[in-house]
Structures are given as C-alpha cells and as structure tokens.
Design a protein around this ligand. Structure first.
Ligand code: AR6
Length: 209
C-alpha cells in the first residue's frame, strides 16, 4: 500500500467559516471528508443519491435539481426514456451535465433502501459507489464528491454505510491509482462527519498494518 500520509486534519478558513477537512492520501489520490453542501462543491462531478425514476425527489436529490436547474432534469428524462424505461436499477449510475452547479457533471446513482441488512444492502450500496466511480473514470473526470448515499430517506444506518462507502472507495482508488486527484465525501451534518471520520480512521489503520 502506497499511502503517503496516514491521516491528517486540516482546518481552512473559508468565508469566515471554519471548514474542517480530514484527508488520507492513497498514492496520488486524496480521499477527503468534509462537512458541507454537495451542491456547492467545485469538482468535476458530484454524485446524486437519486431514486430509480431519475425525476428528482427530496434530500440531496431535490437540492441538486433545485441548484442545478432544468437541464439536469431534461437529461435525466431523456436517459430514462432511451435507456431505462423501467427505471434505473439500484446500484447503477448514469451521468448528466452539472447545469448551473459549480460541478461540471452530476452522476446519478440509486442506493438501496434499508430493509434490516439481509436484502443485499451492503453489496448494492458498494455497487452504487463503485459504478459511480467507474463512470467518472470512463469520462476522464479527476475530482468526484459523494454525499452519504442511502442514509437519509432510505434509512441505511450511517455507521454501517460509512464503512461500506469508504472501503469501496479505497479499494477502487487502489485498483486505479492514476484515475483521480481527489475523491471527497461531503457530509451534511457534524454527526455524520464524526461517524465517517471514525470509519476512516479504522480503515486507515488497517491500510498501515
Ligand atoms: N449536501 C450534502 N448532503 C446532503 C444534502 C446536501 N445538500 N442534503 C441532504 N444531505 P437522502 P437517500 C444528506 O435522503 O437516503 C430522495 O428523495 C442527508 O442528510 O438525500 O439515498 C431521492 O429522490 C443524508 O445524510 O438520500 C430518493 O427517493 C444523505 O444526504 C431518496 O431520497 C442522503 O440522504 C434517496 O434516499
């Protein structure tokens, strides 16, 4: 494992707000956790925790469509009609423009609804992260930001979701060491950030064993 630095904590002053950022470096790729709003990230692609209809919803999905404007929805509708008339299956991902967002693209994926853990939720959640990263890689995108997929309306316990999310991202980065400059998890609240930090510390320790 070529992890340059184990675990670093940076504090940035940004518009008078303190932004805490937690970073590990895996080869040439930074894996970063930060508290924030995914719609405000200036990256090549943000990931949307969508539903299979691809026509918008609440939570992150609603925020992305509100901030990104009608071009995103128009592309989603076209993709739905041409490629997924039955809806985008759980764990799959598609890419659209970023519309009015600072991000150039939106990758829409569908996480699993939590049914107690015995309905392949972990595999499906890992698929959502992996297929989103694969789309970004195929499109030559170097910076990608994820929200915490499935842990809102879909009810996936955050602690378990954090482990799946980060271990899947770390495995993908290790398998594709030249692919990304940065993969970022953007957590909406302090509680989620703390949970993801704990999961990252545990995984980071394993990387160095
Ligand atoms: N930036 C970052 N994270 C956010 C933001 C934001 N602007 N807004 C919410 N979150 P959810 P799901 C967090 O419910 O569980 C939608 O209706 C939120 O606090 O958005 O995958 C879709 O259309 C939570 O931690 O996604 C689907 O029907 C996380 O994002 C369904 O919800 C995910 O919460 C998908 O449910």
């Amino acid at each position: 494992m070529n992890a340059k630095s184990a675990f670093s904590v940076q504090t940035l002053e940004c518009f008078h707000l303190e932004v805490r950022i937690f970073v590990i470096e895996i080869g040439n790729t930074k894996l970063e956790l930060r508290q924030g709003d995914i719609t405000r990230q200036s990256v090549d692609a943000i990931v949307n925790a969508a539903n299979s209809s691809l026509t918008g919803g609440g939570g992150v999905d609603g925020a992305i469509h509100r901030a990104g404007g009608p071009l995103i929805l128009a592309e989603c509708r076209r993709i739905r009609k041409e490629r997924y008339p039955e809806g985008l299956p759980t764990g799959q991902a598609v890419i659209t423009t970023g519309g009015n967002l600072p991000a150039k693209h939106v990758i829409h994926t569908v996480g699993p609804v939590w049914h107690g853990g015995g309905a392949h939720e972990a595999e499906l959640l890992a698929d959502a992260y992996r297929n989103s990263l694969q789309l970004a890689l195929d499109a030559g995108l170097r910076t990608v930001a994820f929200p915490s997929i499935s842990t809102g309306a879909y009810g996936y316990p955050v602690q378990q979701a954090a482990h799946v999310a980060l271990s899947t991202i770390i495995s993908f980065i290790r398998a594709h060491p030249q692919a990304f400059d940065e993969v970022r998890m953007v957590l909406f609240g302090d509680y989620d950030l703390a949970i993801y930090m704990g999961a990252m510390q545990a995984l980071s320790a394993q990387l160095h064993e």
